[in-house]
Design a protein around this ligand. Structure first.
Ligand code: HEC
Ligand code: HEC
Length: 197
């Protein structure tokens, strides 16, 4: 009798494990397909493919998860991101963030480097401690994004969007940081950061 009960329990457990695996396998496949659609726009050749579309590779997992969540919740409103992520479940957001965080870091911009702009940007970085929060090599950490080798046009847009309040951060950090800075500063910073490895 005892043995029969045990056999029933083992069979039930095996069935439960089997269905969880099947569901996970299906979910993994759908994340992969979704990620292909994402990279068609974001570029996967270590360089953002399109103007104003950020490269995503090597962004910290926490930063990605928070931003995907903010798009979904319409706290960061920008198309097509807001509508693409509408209704996507938390687990799926985390799976996407984990997959993206593992993609290789973007390659630095290969246009000519303007020494005067680099020098001005380096002074701003020290004065405003960009390299404290974003890491010494601008690789980002936790909820702070990677900036190194990001597209120059996107960096400039991001800084302008914080300044004009078109983009709301998860907290007010960047609003405070950028308060004393103007568009000339932003152009120097974007030029410099897009060329960091
Ligand atoms: C048709 C183009 C397009 C597609 C497809 C697309 N994105 Fe985006 N994505 C953008 C643009 C444009 C931005 C920049 C928004 C801005 O200017 O703030 C962005 C921003 C992001 C950001 C924020 C990056 C940062 O540095 O803050 C993440 C993360 C992101 N997308 C992930 C995804 C994921 C995941 C998918 C697939 C589910 C996806 N994107 C599909 C165009 C696209
Ligand atoms: C006190 C910490 C801190 C400092 C100092 C700081 N940042 Fe940030 N930065 C953040 C955080 C946190 C975010 C993410 C905010 C959000 O949720 O949108 C961010 C976001 C950004 C983004 C958006 C990147 C993307 O992928 O969308 C840019 C660009 C940026 N910072 C540039 C700078 C520059 C340039 C400086 C120096 C002038 C600087 N930051 C100083 C914490 C900081």
């Amino acid at each position: 009798m005892r043995q029969r009960v045990w056999r029933v329990i083992t069979a039930a457990l095996a069935a439960a494990v089997f269905s969880a695996t099947a569901i996970l396998a299906q979910a993994a496949e759908s994340s992969e397909r979704l990620l292909d659609a994402c990279l068609a726009c974001h570029g996967d050749a270590q360089r953002g493919a399109l103007p104003n579309v950020p490269a995503l590779g090597a962004q910290p997992f926490d930063y990605l998860t928070i931003q995907l969540y903010m798009f979904r919740e319409k706290m960061r409103v920008v198309e097509p991101m807001t509508s693409m992520l509408a209704g996507v479940k938390d687990d799926e957001l985390k799976r996407l963030a984990a997959a993206i965080a593992k993609l290789p870091a973007p390659l630095p911009a290969d246009g000519p480097t303007d020494a005067a702009r680099v020098e001005r940007a380096q002074a701003l970085v020290v004065q405003h401690r960009c390299n404290f929060c974003h890491n010494r090599d601008y690789s980002g950490q936790q909820n702070v994004p990677r900036l190194a080798a990001q597209r120059e046009d996107y960096l400039l847009k991001a800084l302008r969007d914080y300044k004009s309040n078109a983009r709301r951060g998860y907290d007010a950090t960047m609003d405070d940081v950028l308060y004393p800075l103007n568009d000339d500063h932003f152009r120097d910073l974007a030029h410099f950061l897009s060329r960091q490895r």
